[in-house]
Design a binder for this molecule. Structure first.
Ligand SMILES: O=P(O)(O)OC[C@H]1O[C@H](O[C@H]2O[C@H](CO)[C@@H](O)[C@H](O)[C@H]2O)[C@H](O)[C@@H](O)[C@@H]1O
Ligand code: MG
Length: 252
């Protein structure tokens, strides 16, 4: 199912039975257009308010599930604070409270070493996210291979508590203990998500674990972006602009 059909499906499901559904939304490449650098993203002015109205319609059962840190996600959608899973599921704020992850001294040292090494790769950006770190090569695609090798090396150094996460022109080290799919299951443990059916929308490899949960729970999974990347999502939307159209229509 794609674009018009996928849009229509979500509109009719949610508008007809808002008490039945919970929405789980990825941020980069899904709610927001991709940008050349992590901090160059733009949040359309209307979007935070639309998400807030949609959340109210869903009885609060709308969560952000992102690779960003939870605190960064909060800044993007101020003044609203949604239930959120950050760092690919390692951090969470739900009815049970807030759980974050601290970087160990060894991981801090690793981040310093990686940042120093990246100075030899002009255009490569290191994004320090606390207990995770991302090495971006969008501005220097010629370093993809060398960076991949080096990030495998750093992943070995980091040990089993960190995992190498591949993404869009980025290699990340993230806490290994939790995926976005695990985060969904944690949201489902309490209200307002409990007993609802998931609609998950995401654009990247990290979102596949939440698509799998949505499919297993009889929900809807939507992968955003050009067809080509293999995915277990059952529907497609070809751009984040189309995702925002769905959000705007549901919030109206
Ligand atoms: O799970 P998400 O909310 O999609 O976050 C995934 C990563 O998104 C960011 O990187 C990506 O978006 C950047 C801004 O558009 C882009 O420049 C970069 O190439 C993309 O990989 C973010 O910087 C990461 O921390 C997130 O993990
Ligand atoms: Mg994304």
């Amino acid at each position: 199912m794609q674009d018009d059909d996928a849009t229509q499906e979500m509109l009719s499901l949610v508008l007809e039975e808002p008490d039945h559904w919970a929405m789980f939304l990825d941020i980069d490449g899904t709610l927001l257009n991709l940008a050349p650098t992590p901090d160059a993203i733009e949040v359309p002015e209307a979007l935070p308010g639309q998400l807030h109205r949609l959340s109210n319609k869903l009885g609060g059962a709308l969560a952000l599930v992102t690779g960003r840190s939870l605190s960064y996600a909060d800044e993007l959608f101020k003044p609203f604070e949604f239930p959120t899973a950050g760092l690919h599921g390692a951090e969470i704020r739900n009815a049970a409270g807030m759980q974050t992850v601290e970087a160990t001294a060894e991981f801090q040292a690793l981040k310093h070493a990686l940042t120093a090494e990246a100075e030899h790769y002009p255009g490569v950006l290191i994004e320090d996210k606390g207990a995770a770190v991302a090495a971006h090569y969008r501005l220097a695609p010629e370093y993809e291979k060398v960076l991949e090798d080096r990030m495998h090396h750093y992943a070995e150094l980091a040990g089993p508590n960190w995992a190498l996460q591949l993404g869009k022109m980025v290699f990340e080290l993230r806490p290994a203990r939790s995926s976005k799919g695990d985060a969904l299951e944690r949201f489902f443990q309490s209200d307002p998500f409990k007993n609802r059916c998931p609609i998950t929308i995401g654009d990247d490899l990290t979102d596949e674990s939440m698509f799998a949960i949505a499919n297993a729970r009889g929900g809807v999974s939507v992968r955003v972006g050009a067809i080509g990347a293999p995915s277990c999502a059952t529907s497609r939307l070809s751009s984040s602009a189309l995702v925002r159209n769905v959000i705007a229509a549901l919030a109206a």
